[in-house]
Design a protein around this ligand. Structure first.
Ligand SMILES: *[C@@H]1O[C@H](CO)[C@@H](O)[C@H](O)[C@H]1NC(C)=O
Ligand SMILES: *[C@@H]1O[C@H](CO)[C@@H](O)[C@H](O)[C@H]1NC(C)=O
Ligand SMILES: *[C@@H]1O[C@H](CO)[C@@H](O)[C@H](O)[C@H]1NC(C)=O
Ligand SMILES: *[C@@H]1O[C@H](CO)[C@@H](O)[C@H](O)[C@H]1NC(C)=O
Length: 507
């Protein structure tokens, strides 16, 4: 799910952006519309397929038997390939931290697998995202019902009900799919509900919850360097020059111009949180491009090669000017006029509890989940390192406290994350029949199971691909190692499904 903000969920196209802290579409490893991009509408199997909204009556609180309140959860079905016999599998795409997208019902690698195995395809939207609204608003007390545990219980309840609704035989297997946070959920669904979920393909899912995700920007650097090592050097020098220019008024005005700031830096210079936000935004330009580099999603329009070519183009001026040029590219992509780095404005927007607010597209909800379950904060806190020391862990913990509650301090977060790891098993999940898939370019692989010595938890680590790359619609120009990974996944599915397949149609 997540530019330096989210993971990769079957989600959405970046159409416009959340008017919030980041003027850009990507923060904390999460694209504003969710971690996983919506698949592009390139070649498509079923472009014209009409996908309708279906609704399932779901419990609000699975863990309190006398709480009988319910709400309507949205799901989609594609039965075009369903063979409807006692061996026909069901593929369940798990929704995540953004609106569930209908395009995933028409295309993406899993649709090709479904065609191959005669599977019924179902996607269930995650509670509190998209149109699945369990409560009247997103107040703190209502968000108490937002957690991965409740979401997994939703899945369990849903699977049981669908088995009845479709008159399914016990021999029909359910396979979960998910990318980014839903990749984690796919594995955990198998772990916690093994009698309902028979196996899973978990793509780019972080399994280790961690408050201070320092490795994130380390991978961003390595990924930039994999194109050209000098690129990282130029970014480092650019950031160092931003620090120098900030020290005096002429420099501040110069930065206002270069980065198209919405408000002049001279008014914010005493405000450490504004400056932290500024640096985090500029660093996120690189994180967002790296996370989705060439992955056939619409998030991937700008590539590592492209921004590094700008960073290495000396005729454009000094490194700080080139940083500004990269910022321009990202502002343009997200159709944003200026760089908004005001901390208080971001917090005020994030506190809006209305379903109609921009932050209800997922930012408020996902931030809540990071503050109460996962952490995952993409920090940089080393003065002599590329992205500097302006956005350390305190900056993010402060956001949890300012947006939600003073209760959510550093100690609270450490305990919450420890509980999550204890509950799911972190990098030693108790899973069988789950295949973990990661890409080396994707910063999120650092918290996932990408190497495995245990045959119960097999992993595929794709060299040179980004977040959830294997999930998107296959393209001719895909690198051979990505094509090979998709074929390995197909073979793994065949094993899970005891070879039940037509073998006729897969290309
Ligand atoms: C599957 O087959 C059963 C029995 O023939 C039928 O009642 C049901 O409607 C079919 N389901 C689908 C989705 O085609
Ligand atoms: C470098 O930037 C200059 C000025 O913007 C531009 O004309 C030129 O094409 C760029 N060179 C490369 C190699 O991109
Ligand atoms: C929350 O967002 C909605 C929709 O954009 C807006 O109408 C409302 O005024 C906002 N509420 C607050 C308290 O800012
Ligand atoms: C800070 O970054 C520099 C440059 O990358 C590195 O040499 C140094 O070990 C880092 N310090 C810490 C405490 O991580």
């Amino acid at each position: 799910m997540l530019h330096p903000k989210g993971l990769c969920l079957p989600l959405v196209v970046l159409v416009c952006l959340i008017a919030q802290s980041s003027s850009l579409g990507f923060r904390n490893g999460r694209h504003m519309n969710g971690f996983l991009g919506q698949p592009s509408s390139m070649p498509t199997l079923q472009r014209s397929l009409d996908v309708e909204d279906l609704w399932f009556e779901q419990r609000l609180n699975h863990f309190k038997p006398d709480d009988t309140r319910t709400w309507q959860q949205r799901y989609f079905v594609n039965d075009a390939f369903y063979r409807n016999d006692s061996q026909a599998p069901v593929f369940l795409m798990i929704g995540g931290e953004g609106e569930a997208t209908k395009n995933w019902m028409r295309e993406g690698a899993w649709i090709h697998y479904a065609e191959h195995f005669g599977a019924l395809c179902i996607q269930l939207e995650h509670r509190f995202y998209g149109k699945s609204h369990p409560t009247s608003d997103l107040s703190n007390s209502n968000l108490a019902y937002l957690s991965s545990e409740q979401a997994l219980a939703d899945l369990g309840n849903f699977v049981s009900a669908m088995k009845r609704q479709y008159n399914m035989a016990d021999s029909q297997k359910w396979i979960a799919f998910g990318g980014s946070y839903p990749g984690s959920l796919a594995a955990w669904a198998r772990e916690k509900y093994p009698h309902l979920i028979d196996g899973a393909i978990s793509s780019s899912g972080p399994l280790l919850a961690q408050v201070d995700f320092t490795q994130y920007f380390e991978v961003v650097k390595a990924s930039l360097a994999s194109y050209k090592p000098e690129c990282v050097e130029a970014v480092s020098r650019g950031f160092a020059q931003v620090e120098i220019l900030l020290k005096h008024m002429i420099g501040q005005r110069n930065l206002d111009e270069k980065f198209k700031t919405c408000t002049p830096l001279k008014d914010s210079i005493e405000n450490k949180l504004d400056i932290a936000n500024l640096f985090e935004n500029i660093a996120s330009n690189f994180a967002g491009v790296v996370q989705y580099n060439k992955d056939n999603s619409p998030h991937a329009k700008i590539t590592i090669d492209q921004i590094c070519d700008v960073m290495l183009n000396t005729t454009m001026g000094p490194p700080v000017t080139r940083l500004g040029a990269v910022n321009d590219l990202l502002l343009k992509q997200s159709k944003t006029k200026c760089l908004d780095y005001k901390y208080d404005k971001m917090i005020a927007e994030m506190k809006n509890v209305s379903w109609d607010s921009e932050v209800a597209k997922g930012m408020r909800q996902w931030t809540y989940q990071t503050c109460t379950e996962f952490g995952f904060y993409q920090t940089s806190e080393n003065k002599s390192d590329t992205f500097g020391d302006r956005f350390g862990i305190d900056f993010f913990i402060r956001q949890c406290m300012d947006i939600f509650s003073d209760r959510m301090n550093g100690k609270f977060l450490e305990q919450a994350v420890a509980q999550t790891n204890k509950y799911y098993g972190a990098l030693k999940p108790g899973t069988t029949n789950v295949l973990y898939v990661h890409g080396s370019i994707d910063p999120w692989h650092a918290l996932g199971l990408y190497v495995s010595t245990n045959s119960n938890t097999p992993a595929i680590y794709i060299e040179g691909t980004a977040h959830c790359a294997n999930m998107y619609e296959p393209a001719n120009c895909d690198p051979p190692q990505l094509k090979e990974a998709r074929n390995k996944i197909l073979k793994y599915l065949a094993k899970l499904l005891d070879g039940y397949a037509s073998f006729a149609s897969f290309t």
